[in-house]
Design a protein around this ligand. Structure first.
Ligand code: GLP
Length: 261
C-alpha cells in the first residue's frame, strides 16, 4: 500500500488523475471503477482538462460506478447517475452505453446486483478503481460491519452517512436510507485501487484505515489486503498518521529513483 501526501487538494487530485491517464495511455480500452462524492471532483476536472487539452481519449473506455441510492431515478439531481453525467461523462468523449451506474429504481435488487457483478466480469474486470472514504471509514457504501468478502448488494446506510448526506436534500425525510453498492470483495478484485481523501474531517478515518487493524468496522482498511493500492491525501487528511515522515521518505526514495549526490 502506497501513501502519497500532497500539500493541497488540487495537487493530490492531479496526482491521482495522472494514474488514470497513465493507464489509458497504455490501455485505451481500460475499465475504470468510478466514485462519487465531493472528493473526486477535482480529479474528474483534471481528467476533463487532459481530454480537452492533451487528447486523453475515452472512446474505448468502460466504467462502473461503485454505488447508487435506492429510490432515486437517473435524472434526480442527487442521484449518482446525475452526478456522473454532470461532473464527468458529458465533458469527455465516452460513449454513454459504456458507462454503468447501479440502478436506483430496480425492483429486483438481487437480480440486478448479480447482473452488475457479471457485467464487470464480462468487461474483463476493473483496471483501476477510484475510491473516496466516508467519515466512518466506509468505501462505496460498505458501512461498518460489512463483510470484507461482500459483493454488490442492497445496503442500509449508517446513521452517520445519512446525516452526512442530509445537506444535499431539502428535507431530512428525503435522504435515502438504502443504496446498491459494490461489496468490499468486489472492490478488492480491481487490479489497482486509488483512494483519495482530503480535509481534516477524514483524518481519523484515514489513520484507522492505513495504520489500524484490518477490520470490517473500517471497510477502507481492506486496502491493506490489496497488492496494488495507492492512497492520495492532502496534508489535513494525513494529519493523524503516525508514520507520516516515513511515507514521505519512501516517496523520495523509491526503487529506481536517482540517489541524491
Ligand atoms: C458516499 C459515497 C462514497 C464516498 C463518500 C465520501 O458515502 N458512497 O463513495 O467516498 O460519500 O464523500 P465525500 O467525498 O463527499 O466526502
Amino acid at each position: 500500500m502506497e501513501v502519497v501526501v500532497h500539500s493541497t487538494y488540487d495537487e493530490m487530485s492531479a496526482a491521482a488523475a495522472k494514474e488514470v491517464a497513465k493507464l489509458l495511455n497504455t490501455k485505451p480500452n481500460a475499465v475504470l471503477g468510478l466514485a462519487t462524492g465531493s472528493t473526486p471532483l477535482a480529479l474528474y476536472k483534471e481528467l476533463i482538462r487532459m481530454h480537452k487539452h492533451e487528447g486523453l481519449d475515452f472512446t474505448q473506455v468502460t466504467t462502473f460506478n461503485l454505488d447508487e441510492y435506492c429510490g432515486l431515478s437517473a435524472d434526480h439531481e442527487q442521484s449518482y447517475h446525475y452526478f456522473m453525467r454532470e461532473n464527468l461523462f458529458k465533458h469527455i468523449n465516452i460513449p454513454l452505453q459504456n458507462t454503468h451506474v447501479p440502478s436506483g429504481t430496480t425492483r429486483n435488487h438481487e437480480a440486478f446486483c448479480a447482473w452488475y457483478e457479471n457485467r464487470i466480469k464480462e468487461c474483463g474486470g476493473i483496471d483501476i478503481q477510484i475510491l473516496g472514504i466516508g467519515s466512518d471509514g466506509h468505501i462505496a457504501f460498505n458501512e461498518p460491519g460489512s463483510s470484507l468478502g461482500s459483493r454488490t448488494r442492497i445496503k442500509t446506510l449508517a446513521k452517520v452517512t445519512i446525516d452526512d448526506n442530509a445537506r444535499f436534500f431539502d428535507k431530512p425525510e428525503d435522504v435515502p436510507i438504502y443504496a446498491i453498492t459494490m461489496g468490499v470483495g468486489t472492490i478488492l478484485e480491481a487490479r489497482k485501487l486509488v483512494l483519495v481523501a482530503n480535509g481534516e474531517s477524514k483524518a481519523d478515518a484515514i489513520a484507522a484505515a492505513i495504520e489500524g487493524s484490518v477490520t470490517s468496522m473500517i471497510t477502507a482498511s481492506a486496502l491493506q489486503l490489496h497488492p496494488d493500492s495507492v492512497i492520495f491525501l492532502d496534508d489535513a487528511a494525513a494529519s493523524k498518521l503516525k508514520l507520516r515522515e516515513y511515507y514521505d521518505w519512501i516517496q523520495a526514495n523509491k526503487p529506481g529513483a536517482p540517489r541524491p549526490e
